[in-house]
Design a protein around this ligand. Structure first.
Ligand code: MTE
Ligand code: MO
Length: 366
């Protein structure tokens, strides 16, 4: 993982969490635009970052969903230049870890959950360039019978608790694969960096981050459902109120919002502060953001500072003039055009996925 400037990241084991205040260094300091610079973008690695020679890298496609059903040893191969020769697409899209916000299951709802204790910084937006997965699947001989597509990463096997789960890989239903999934080779107009999946990663807009497989080396295309631990043992809802084998594999991220402020940020009393934040949803553009400065008793709409989009976050702002010094709690609450609003409590699940409840953000007024 990249070196971690403490002003930008909170380290968690092999992961690096973006600090929200790093999007806005100070009240009037430098501001990060819609897309997060690569050096400030969060990193989530199950194991370690592999260094792959782009000249020797090959993407191998095989399986019963391709013409002639090539076996792994007879895969259809693409090099980086082959991908670059196909029509390219640029797409501004978020990647958000399914576990983003997980620490609030404990901090707000009293549930201890295992896994990376993210606050809200397991997310970032970037401008991706690459070739649509649909394009590559068709070039490889996709048949009408294909059901599932299984991209596999070239990172080390994931070994935990004495079990080797093999390389990180997760099946994607063919409908999503053909809809908007991108095989990206650039991030913010530069070649991908090793931490973010160089030379080529998948970007699956709106879906849990694990769908966006980094360092992709092969893609199996099958005319039957495929399984991997990442859609059976992990990334389902487990625990009370959920089916014994877990709910359906997780797909879209839920509606959320965050302030571009440090926890416990200090603000001056008696003057108006323009508070900034971002809101997003994996299923629909954001329609409304409301802010409360009185513990959730009253809410006022924030200003949406740009047109909302489906795949990206929307920046918003809110003027607040705190009168009285002391500790205050700010809250933001987003609603998307599908009608989903951030709830007071998130549905508990054993692994702490999809925490989308309203979060109290403490600030100190001086
Ligand atoms: N792909 C591979 N091969 N190995 C991984 O560990 N982590 C996934 C996904 N793709 C992962 C992966 C998870 S859980 C997330 S949230 C995103 O990558 C994070 O992408 P980023 O590190 O570029 O922010
Ligand atoms: Mo993740």
């Amino acid at each position: 993982v990249k070196p971690l400037p403490a002003a930008w990241f909170v380290p968690h084991d092999t992961n690096a969490e973006m600090r929200w205040e790093a999007l806005r260094d100070a009240d009037d300091g430098p501001v990060v635009g819609r897309h997060v610079p690569v050096e400030r973008f969060f990193v989530r690695n199950h194991t370690g970052t592999p260094l792959i020679d782009p000249d020797r890298w090959r993407l191998r496609l095989f399986g019963t969903g391709l013409r002639g059903a090539p076996a792994p040893g007879r895969a259809v191969e693409f090099g980086l230049d082959d991908l670059r020769a196909l029509p390219s697409t640029r797409l501004g899209a978020l990647i958000e870890c399914a576990g983003n916000g997980r620490s609030f299951f404990h901090r707000r709802q009293g549930h201890r959950v295992p896994g990376t204790p993210w606050a809200l910084g397991g997310i970032g937006s970037a401008l991706w360039r690459g070739v649509r997965l649909a394009e590559v699947l068709r070039a490889a001989g996709l048949t009408g019978g294909a059901v599932d597509v299984l991209p596999t990463g070239l990172d080390a096997d994931y070994v935990v608790g004495g079990t080797n789960y093999g390389p990180v890989r997760r099946p994607l239903p063919i409908a999503k694969a053909l809809d908007d999934a991108l095989l990206a080779y650039e991030m913010n107009d530069e070649p991908l960096t090793p931490d973010h999946g160089a030379p080529v990663r998948l970007v699956v807009p709106g879906w849990v981050g694990v769908a966006s497989i980094k360092w992709v080396g092969s893609i199996e295309v099958a005319d039957h459902p495929l399984y991997s631990p990442w859609n059976t043992d992990f990334y389902r809802m487990f625990g009370p109120g959920h089916p014994p084998a877990g709910g359906a594999p997780l797909t879209a991220q839920v509606v959320k919002s965050a302030f571009e402020l440090a926890e416990g940020a200090r603000l001056e009393a008696g003057r108006t502060h323009r508070l900034h934040g971002r809101a997003w949803s994996g299923t629909a553009p954001v329609r409304l953001v409301e802010v409360s400065a009185d513990g959730g008793r009253s809410w006022r709409p924030a200003r949406l500072d740009e047109p909302a989009r489906a795949d990206d976050w929307t920046r918003w702002s809110f003027d607040w003039r705190p009168a009285r010094p002391g500790r205050h709690e700010l809250r933001a609450r987003a609603t998307d055009r599908g009608g989903a609003t951030q709830p007071e409590r998130a549905p508990f699940n054993r692994e702490g996925y999809l925490f989308g409840a309203v979060v109290a953000h403490p600030v100190t007024v001086v």
